[in-house]
Design a protein around this ligand. Structure first.
Ligand SMILES: [Zn+2]
Ligand SMILES: [Zn+2]
Length: 189
C-alpha cells in the first residue's frame, strides 16, 4: 500500500477513535485518538456510525437545547462511564429561536408580596435574598405553555426546589394538586 493512502486511513481511523472515545465507547484497537477533530468531521462520523446502526441512540451527542441535554444526561446517568468525559473547553455559541409570553409585573409583584418570603409549596423561608428581597420564583400552576393565565389565581411563589418539583419531579402532578388544595386563591383553569 502506498504510504499516502496508509497515512490517510490511519488519520481517519484516529478521527473515528476520537469520536468513539468522546461517545464514551471503546476506541478502535491499534488506533490512538486524533488530538483535534473538528465539529463538522465529528458530526459526519457520528452520522455515519448511526446510519450503520452501530449505535442505537445518540444520547452522547452534544446539544445546545437544554431540554435535550437534560433528557440525554438522564439516560446516560443510568449507564457506566468507561472514562471521565473530556467536555468542551470552549463551548460554541449558537443562536436559537425562542418564544416568550407577555407578563404582568403587577401580578408577579403581588404574588411575591403575598408570600412574604415564605415558599407557598413547602412553607420554608426563601433560600437567599436578591437586592434585599427574599428570592422566590413565580410559577404558573397551569403552565403558560398550556394556555394558563397570568393572574394571581394561577400564580404561586415557590422556592427553587419546589419550582423544579412542579416542572420536573416524578410526583409533579400530586404536588401540583396539593398546591390547589392548599392555596385558596388558586382557581383551576
Ligand atoms: Zn418550597
Ligand atoms: Zn414554573
Amino acid at each position: 500500500m502506498a504510504s499516502g493512502v496508509k497515512g490517510t486511513i490511519e488519520f481517519r481511523m484516529q478521527n473515528i477513535s476520537t469520536v468513539l472515545d468522546r461517545m464514551g465507547l471503546e476506541r478502535i484497537v491499534g488506533y490512538k485518538p486524533a488530538k483535534n477533530v473538528g465539529t463538522g468531521v465529528e458530526l459526519r462520523i457520528r452520522q455515519v456510525l448511526n446510519a450503520q446502526g452501530v449505535f442505537e441512540s445518540d444520547d452522547t451527542a452534544q446539544t445546545a437545547d437544554e431540554q435535550t441535554l437534560i433528557r440525554r444526561a438522564s439516560k446516560l446517568q443510568k449507564q457506566t462511564f468507561h472514562k471521565v468525559p473530556d467536555g468542551i473547553v470552549q463551548p460554541q455559541k449558537v443562536a436559537t429561536v425562542s418564544t416568550s409570553f407577555v407578563r404582568d409585573p403587577k401580578v408577579r409583584a403581588w404574588v411575591l408580596k403575598e408570600a412574604k418570603g415564605i415558599c407557598e409549596g413547602c412553607n420554608t423561608n426563601a433560600p437567599f435574598e436578591v437586592d434585599g428581597q427574599p428570592f422566590l420564583e413565580v410559577h404558573h400552576v397551569k403552565h403558560l405553555a398550556q394556555k394558563g393565565s397570568d393572574r394571581i389565581t394561577n400564580a404561586v411563589a415557590l422556592c427553587p426546589n419546589c419550582h423544579q418539583r412542579c416542572h420536573r419531579s416524578s410526583d409533579r402532578e400530586a404536588f401540583t394538586a396539593a398546591l390547589y388544595s392548599k392555596i385558596e386563591r388558586l382557581i383551576r383553569e
